[in-house]
Design a protein around this ligand. Sequence first.
Ligand SMILES: [Zn+2]
Length: 240
Amino acid sequence: MVKRPKSGRCVHCLQNVDNLTRDHVFPSAWYPDNTLENLQRWTVPSCKKCNEEYGRLEEDLLLRLGICICPEDANSSGISDKVLRSIDPESAKNRTDKRFRERKREKIKKELFQWKTMPTIGLHPNFGVQNNIYYPEYLTILISAEKLERLCHKIVRGITYITDKVFIEENSNIHFFTVDDKAARPILEDMKKNLVTYELPGIKVVRAMTSGNLNAGFYAIEIWGRLKMYAVVKPKKLSC
Ligand SMILES: [Zn+2]
């Protein structure tokens, strides 16, 4: 018997739909390869449209972030290899797949910038030159700030739904920001008593409730111990 899709509300766009799917809050392809098969992943109800849009966005981000991270880092075990394989024609299953990988590789190669010395501005925190690594050349790739922001929104909405079964309603704003670890430390220190941590392999979300309102709070998201994003959720009427 074919299971009929459920109707209900999408966590992302807040619309009521007849074709709810389950969307992975932490993209399923982003889990390190040492994640247990039977581990309960975070999923939330999502309309098909949002789920597919996020799928494309996450694929693009994974490709760009995956070539920037260190293959030896245990926090992102297997991610770098998987991304490099996805643009390696030698790993193709057939001729069509080979052409697809070749095109993808050419496209990404064209988007790489080469530098004599690494630029000091415009780099995402923690994605600059890493200590103790030899760089034969300095390469950078553009990562869309808008896509990172959308990913951050999705994780914030997802965690709020999973923990409280609450939707972040249209009367609340999600403010996305990125800062380096040094600048983030006093914020986290300040909220120390109110912090709750949610963790799965590859992702950690630290959340502080700043009032009794479930539609308000502070979120620190850390992916593979490397990509860090922050968000403040607050009712629109309190916005400056
Ligand atoms: Zn939706």
